[in-house]
Design a protein around this ligand. Structure first.
Ligand SMILES: C[S@@+](CC[C@H](N)C(=O)[O-])C[C@H]1O[C@@H](n2cnc3c(N)ncnc32)[C@H](O)[C@@H]1O
Length: 253
């Protein structure tokens, strides 16, 4: 169960960030998107659900390759951005819902593919979300999770940095933890993939958090210890780093 306070934090954070998030080019980065679409193994006959779809970037990228794509997100401002994006790309096989990933308002076995990207690290109970994704996915279907996966050694440092940047961050699970979660849910792995997403700190953070974040990154850069685990470096424009992202796809038996 997700508690109300946490959901309110999520909605507050992503209402403020809906438009900048939707417009940030790294969220539609071509190589990352191509890898994500490949893991989804889409076909024109398939019904797809994108959980915590945000501004519909993945949903709109999947729609040309599927029969129908449904996106659901708890933040109304994100769904408003998804509708803007759908109108801009001119696709008609998309539908949007406002709702909670822990209690999806869909019947069991309603979808052939169930995806979620960059979302589990906002959940209080990611295993419950994965079980719910499994419930709505039909036998023979596929579940695809795409998320930041710090190494076990940098897990604490990575989470500390993310919580400073975004108070709705819970924890980004290392890849082995995600794999274990899939196994515990009775899922069998189809794809395990990774990519690194290069980002600019100053485009991802509120001004009020920048001093503390900069100090944290600079300590890593100066010591060369990489306690955050993102390989940060300085440029004349500011601090750059890589998000370590994994793609995990599971079959539903
Ligand atoms: C970092 S954004 C990712 C958006 C999108 N999946 C993408 O990859 O572009 C995280 C999204 O998760 C949504 N979210 C967080 N907790 C949720 C929950 N319990 N149920 C539904 N959506 C949730 C937020 O509203 C936000 O839109």
């Amino acid at each position: 169960m997700t508690d109300i306070t946490h959901n309110q934090r999520i909605v507050a954070q992503f209402t403020r960030w809906a438009k900048p998030f939707a417009e940030l080019p790294i969220h539609a980065q071509a190589d990352a998107m191509a890898r994500s679409l490949a893991a989804c193994a889409l076909e024109p006959t398939l019904n797809v659900l994108d959980v915590a779809c945000g501004p519909g970037i993945l949903a709109c990228a999947m729609a040309p390759h599927a029969r129908q794509v449904t996106g659901i997100d708890i933040t109304p401002a994100m769904i408003a951005q998804a509708q803007v994006r759908q109108a801009a790309v001119g696709l008609h096989n998309l539908a949007w819902h406002i709702g909670d990933a822990t209690t999806l308002p869909f019947a069991a076995q309603s979808f052939d593919r169930v995806t979620t990207r960059y979302s589990l690290h906002h959940m209080q109970d990611p295993a419950a979300v994965l079980r719910e994704m499994k419930r709505v996915c039909r036998p023979g279907g596929r579940i695809i999770v795409i998320d930041a996966t710090p190494s076990p050694e940098t897990w604490d440092g990575y989470d500390a940095m993310e919580r400073l940047r975004d108070p709705s961050h819970t924890s980004a699970l290392p890849l082995d933890e995600l794999r274990r979660m899939g196994k515990d849910a009775g899922l069998s792995e189809a794809v395990v993939e990774a990519y690194r997403l290069e980002a600019q700190l100053e485009t991802l953070s509120d001004e009020k958090d920048m001093a503390a974040l900069t100090a944290m990154f600079d300590a890593d850069i100066a010591s060369g210890q990489d306690r955050i685990g993102v390989g940060a470096w300085r440029t004349p424009e500011g601090i750059r780093f890589h998000f370590p992202v994994s793609i995990l796809a599971w079959h539903i038996a």
